[in-house]
Structures are given as structure tokens and as C-alpha cells.
Design a protein around this ligand. Structure first.
Ligand code: ATP
Ligand code: MG
Length: 415
């Protein structure tokens, strides 16, 4: 396998199904609609929007030339693609604001380690077309409802503002002043960031840089009145809605398109790696050639959520139907069994089998292994008598039932 990629195996189905089920349910309750964009986009889309001087684009993006000579990228994130799609299909015409969600694979040439893959999955929510603080908080609520539905109890919402075209330049100058005299103590990457993208200094995870960051100026002192009012409105709504939060005055995100609100969500069991991140991106539309249009969104890392659930001792939330195991003894019974199995399945009963095994003993063992509540046994004698045997797998009690009563009896037995 290619380094940094990973398989998702059948044994992990309950985890993934829990996330998908929760995601679709929360999306439905919050009225977000599904959108799916291609995995391949032009490299220029992300260079312009996420920013050429960000880690995601500069170091982590999979870029290559197609046979036709086009420079394309495996998508590292989805917000830029959603915005591209919005503009191409004039989606604002159908709904304003437009509320969409997505899930799927994303690619970043990161250093592979626990919780960090080169192919990983995100679930995201976006609201396009409205700049009101109510929508910043609607996105935060969708993310938290998702995570709370999975039974997380220890979440921290970290939140900050990153200003706008008017106030961010002042803050940038202040940061440069602060870091100028400390440049020799920064890591190699941060020395580059100092020149290219000084805000990114605040996002470095090197211990030395984290130490220097502690005393760095905070943006809240430099916000313009519009950004300040917006941030206050967001915090007020957060408090009104009893969302626990922690202001983090040094929080910036790894993408350039954010303005005003940014936030991340952490679980205490996975300190240092965010489960979700998001913010407002009012300039993105213009950056990629649209008219000015405010928008806000967030994305969650699905592998990270599963890992945090496991670390927290949480279990998959998916509720599976009780199952019955169908056993056939002898060739004739095996041939006849599919008809009965179909009948059970069409009646909504989850039906398993291991018809490839011959003996009753081996098939009963499979039934036990799969923790089936009941088995239905069909042999030569039963075919002749037009009956089946229903066996309670816990007690071993058996009952012969006419085939006409099969579905009814199995349903009763599984209750
Ligand atoms: P980090 O600071 O942890 O690198 P990020 O800021 O690069 O995260 P975002 O672009 O905000 O991440 O992506 C949203 C979420 O996707 C993250 O909070 C995380 O849960 C998940 N994620 C990001 N990169 C990876 C990765 N390489 N492997 C697995 N999950 C990831
Ligand atoms: Mg990253």
C-alpha cells in the first residue's frame, strides 16, 4: 500500500456506520442538503483560496500534471470546491442562504502518524450567502450536535476572530514587530512563515515556537468595529445557547480564506489534535471569481472522531437489527433455503447464513459466533413436512413450525 494511506475494514463498520448515520440525521434535523464535488480539481483553485503560502498547499497538496498537461490536485479540503460548485451552478438562486454538507476522502502529504493520514475523511457543513452571526453559531451547533450525538461529554470549543481586510494588516504589522527580535529562536519553517505569512507563526506546533507564542500580541486588541461587533454577537449567541467555550486569542487556522470567526473543537482525550475546525470565509467567493458573498463552515476529521471515541471509552451508536441465522442440512435443503431467506429479509428480518458449511454443528457454531438470537433449521425431514425448526440460541429450546408461520414466529422470537 502507498505510505500514509489506510484501508477501512469490515471490522470497523459499526464505527463508520455510526458516524454516517449520525451525520445524515443531524444534517436532516438542521436542514443541510448533500453536495458532492469531484476529488480532482485544478491546483489553482486551492492555491488561490487556501493560500499558496500555507502548509496545506505549499507542503501537503498532491499536485500533478494530467496527460493533457492540466495541473490538477487531489482535494486537500472541500470548502473551495463547494464554493466553486456554488458559483458554477448558481446555487444561490435556489436557496439563500444555501446550507450544504459533504463527506468523503481528502488528501494531504502530511507526515503520517497516529490520527494523521495522507488520505483521511471529513464530514463538513457549509452555509453560503449570509453574513449574520446567527449562521456562525448555526455551524458550531451542527458540529457540536454531531459530536454530542456520538455521546462525547468532554468537548471544548476554542474560538477566536481573525479580522478582515481592514484590521488584519495592523495586527500583522504588530506580529512582525513582536517576532522580529525573536526570529533566531524560531523553527526553520517559521522563519519562512515570518516572510510569507506571519499569521501562520501562531499555528506552529514546535515546542520552541509555542513558547514564544505565549507572549505574542493578540488580535482582539486590533479588531475594527465591524469585526469586533460580529465577534461579540457570536459570543453572545454562544452564551445564550449554553455552549461551553474557551476564547483562544492566538487561534488561527491553516487556511488563508478565513475572516472574522474561527474555531476548533477538541476532546480532552485527544489533546492537541482538533476533531473539527471551521470559520467564516466572506472573501472566498471573490477570490475565485464570484461576486462578494459571505459564508461560514466547518469540517470534522472522521478518523480522528473514531479515535477520540475509542480513547474516551465510547461505543458505536449504530443500532443494529437483531438477527436470525438460517441453517440448511443437506443439498436439497440448501437449494430450498434461499427462498425462505428471501421471505425473511423481505419481511425486514436481518438474516445471516453460512450455507457453504455442511454440518449442523458447523453452522450452529457460526450462528453463535455472529451472536444470532435465533436459528432457523431446515433439513430433509422438514422439507417433506413443509416445516422448519426454530431454535432459541440462548436456551437451545427448539420448536417445529409450519412454513406458513415462519416470518410471524421469527419476529415474535426476536422480540
Ligand atoms: P491540524 O491542525 O490537526 O493539522 P488542520 O487545521 O490541518 O488540522 P483542517 O484543515 O481544519 O485541519 O481539517 C479539519 C479536520 O480534519 C481537522 O480538525 C482534523 O480532525 C481532520 N484532519 C486534518 N488533517 C488530517 C490528517 N492528515 N489526517 C486525519 N485527519 C485530519
Ligand atoms: Mg494540518
Amino acid at each position: 500500500m502507498v505510505k500514509g494511506m489506510h484501508d477501512i475494514l469490515p471490522k470497523d463498520q459499526d464505527w463508520w456506520e455510526s458516524l454516517f448515520e449520525t451525520g445524515w440525521s443531524v444534517a436532516g434535523l438542521h436542514d443541510f442538503n448533500y453536495i458532492e464535488t469531484p476529488i480532482l480539481e485544478t491546483a489553482a483553485l486551492f492555491e488561490a483560496s487556501v493560500g499558496a503560502a500555507t502548509d496545506i498547499v505549499d507542503k501537503e497538496m498532491y499536485v500533478f500534471k494530467t496527460k493533457g498537461g492540466e495541473r490538477v490536485a487531489l482535494r486537500p479540503e472541500n470548502t473551495a470546491s463547494v464554493m466553486r460548485s456554488y458559483l458554477e451552478h448558481h446555487l444561490g438562486y435556489f436557496s439563500s442562504p444555501l446550507k450544504v454538507f459533504y463527506c468523503g476522502p481528502f488528501f494531504r502529504y502530511d507526515k503520517p502518524q497516529k490520527g494523521r493520514y495522507r488520505e483521511f475523511h471529513q464530514w463538513g457543513f457549509e452555509i453560503l450567502g449570509d453574513g449574520d452571526a446567527v449562521y456562525d453559531v448555526s455551524i458550531i451547533l451542527a458540529v457540536l450536535d454531531f459530536l454530542w450525538s456520538l455521546k462525547f461529554k468532554d468537548l471544548t470549543l476554542k474560538i477566536n476572530a481573525v479580522g478582515c481586510r481592514i484590521c488584519r494588516p495592523t495586527y500583522r504589522t504588530k506580529l512582525k514587530e513582536y517576532y522580529r527580535s525573536r526570529k533566531s529562536k524560531l523553527c526553520k519553517d517559521c522563519v519562512k512563515r515570518y516572510d510569507n505569512n506571519v499569521l501562520r507563526l501562531l499555528d506552529c506546533k514546535e515546542p520552541g515556537c509555542l513558547e514564544i507564542k505565549k507572549e505574542a500580541p493578540i488580535i482582539l486588541n486590533y479588531l475594527c468595529s465591524s469585526c469586533n461587533n460580529h465577534f461579540r454577537a457570536v459570543l453572545e449567541l454562544i452564551e445564550d445557547n449554553d455552549i461551553p467555550y474557551e476564547p483562544d486569542p492566538h487561534l488561527v487556522r491553516g487556511l488563508d480564506y478565513y475572516n472574522k470567526t474561527v474555531f476548533e473543537v477538541f476532546s480532552s482525550k485527544l489533546e492537541g489534535s482538533a476533531l473539527a475546525g471551521g470559520g467564516r470565509y466572506d472573501y472566498l467567493s471573490e477570490i475565485i471569481g464570484g461576486r462578494p458573498m459571505p459564508a461560514v463552515g466547518a469540517a470534522m476529521g472522521m478518523e480522528r472522531i473514531i479515535e477520540a471515541m475509542q480513547e474516551s471509552g465510547l461505543v458505536p451508536t449504530v443500532k443494529r437489527k437483531k438477527k436470525v441465522f438460517f441453517i440448511a442440512i443437506g443439498e436439497e435443503a440448501k437449494k430450498a433455503s434461499l427462498k425462505f431467506i428471501n421471505e425473511l429479509r423481505r419481511a425486514g428480518i436481518r438474516t445471516l447464513e453460512s450455507l457453504g458449511r455442511k454440518s449442523l454443528k458447523a453452522q450452529l457454531k457460526s450462528a453463535d459466533k455472529h451472536k444470532a438470537g435465533l436459528s432457523v433449521i431446515l433439513g430433509q425431514k422438514e422439507i417433506f413436512e413443509e416445516s422448519v425448526i426454530i431454535r432459541d440460541m440462548k436456551t437451545g429450546a427448539q420448536e417445529t413450525v409450519p412454513v406458513g408461520k415462519l416470518v410471524e414466529r421469527v419476529k415474535k422470537g426476536l422480540k
